[in-house]
Structure formats: structure tokens, C-alpha cells
Design a protein around this ligand. Structure first.
Ligand SMILES: [Fe+2]
Ligand SMILES: [Fe+2]
Length: 220
């Protein structure tokens, strides 16, 4: 895991809170992407997966509010705004990359599986690099405890997604999405480790490539 990023984000409660908010948004996006599966493909496993991600988002969000105590003051609000925009941009680019790589002749069932398998694998792998680091290195016991609990469920999700990929022969497709995610995550980390001054210089460029903080939604 990126050492520079973790040294930076674990250094004080305000950055921990901002990063937990980013993770909460990733969990919410993950749940939204699963929920986008058409009803005819809905299974008990998918239902449980979506429910787990929503619960993760909520528990992370509860900790964000705890560390902020009385709500975000201006400096904290600006930090969270910058990081949430970077996170939404990372998610948006991941989603559009996965969309572009669904074969044109895919049936509706394959379309859903290509997206679910690729996106879920990439995001679960990313979180399984982040949560173990938080479980070991976070200064706050609440963060270490929550990360430890989330790891157990993310492992189950990773097994489920890996099984789906193997059963459907989507290994090569999933590998491509994982490689794309690696590159996007590096860009995301770069923004999270920038100082506000450096970020301000990049603001114009950043604004033209992404506007707004709304999470990317998956639909068919
Ligand atoms: Fe999760
Ligand atoms: Fe998960």
C-alpha cells in the first residue's frame, strides 16, 4: 500500500475522517452498482452483497461524524470536498472504463455480469489493500476495530466475485478492469496526498475533467 498516502492520512483525526468519508462513498457506489442488476438476475448472494456494502458505508459514515464532532468547519469541509471530488472522479472513470469494455454483442445477462464482475473485483481488491492497513496502523481504536470487521466481509465478497468470474470465464476481462483500476487509484492517491496549495493550482484542470461530487450511478 502507498506508504506516503497512509503516513499523510493517518497523521491527524481530520484527515482520517476525510479518508473514511471517501471510503464510505466507495462502499455506497459499490452497493449502487450491485443494485443496478436487473431483477431477473437478482440472487440471495447479490442481495447480501449490496446490503453488506450499504452497512459498511453507514458504519464508516458514523465514524466520520464522530471524528468531526460538531460538523465540518471550513478547513475540514474544504478538505472533504476536495477528497470526495477526487473519489467521485476515480469511481466515475472506473465505471466508464468498465462500460467501454463490455463486448458489443453481450447479452443482457452477460452485460450485467461483465460490469458486476469487473467492477466488484477491482473495488474489493482495492479495499482489501486499504482496510488491513487501517486495521494495523490507524491511531484510533474505533478505526482499527471497524477495519478488522470489514476485512472479514470483504473476504467473503472477494470469494463470491472470484467464483462468479471463474464460472463465467471472465478472467481476462476482469484482469483488464483490475489493471485500469490500479492506474486510476494511483491518480486518486496523488490527489489525496497533495497540499491544498498544490491542489489549488490543479483546480482548473481538475474541474474541466469532472464537475460535481455526485457519485456515478450504474444503469442498463
Ligand atoms: Fe464493503
Ligand atoms: Fe465488499
Amino acid at each position: 500500500m502507498d506508504k506516503k498516502l497512509f503516513t499523510h492520512l493517518l497523521s491527524k483525526p481530520s484527515t482520517v475522517a476525510a479518508f473514511l468519508r471517501c471510503l464510505s462513498e466507495i462502499e455506497t457506489a459499490g452497493a449502487t452498482w450491485i443494485v443496478a442488476a436487473p431483477a431477473e438476475f437478482w440472487t440471495t448472494d447479490l442481495h447480501q452483497h449490496a446490503l453488506d456494502e450499504l452497512r459498511h458505508a453507514k458504519r464508516l459514515g458514523d465514524l466520520v461524524r464522530k471524528f468531526r464532532v460538531d460538523g465540518p468547519a471550513k478547513v475540514q469541509a474544504d478538505l472533504e470536498d476536495r477528497w470526495c471530488r477526487a473519489t467521485a472522479s476515480y469511481l466515475k472513470q472506473l465505471l466508464s472504463s468498465a462500460y467501454r469494455r463490455v463486448p458489443k454483442d453481450a447479452t443482457p445477462a452477460e452485460h450485467m455480469l461483465y460490469l458486476y464482475a469487473g467492477l466488484a473485483l477491482a473495488v474489493e481488491r482495492r479495499l482489501m489493500k486499504i482496510y488491513p492497513t487501517l486495521a494495523k496502523q490507524a491511531h484510533q481504536p474505533e478505526v482499527r476495530e471497524l477495519a478488522t470487521q470489514l476485512i472479514a466481509e470483504e473476504k467473503t465478497h472477494l470469494s463470491l466475485v472470484t467464483r462468479t468470474i471463474k464460472t463465467n470465464g471472465f478472467e481476462k476481462h476482469a484482469e483488464v478492469i483490475v489493471e485500469i483500476e490500479e492506474r486510476l487509484a494511483q491518480k486518486w492517491f496523488e490527489i489525496l496526498t497533495r497540499s491544498p496549495e498544490t491542489e489549488a493550482k490543479n483546480e482548473i484542470k481538475f474541474s474541466t475533467s469532472f464537475s460535481g461530487t455526485r457519485l456515478p450511478v450504474l444503469s442498463f
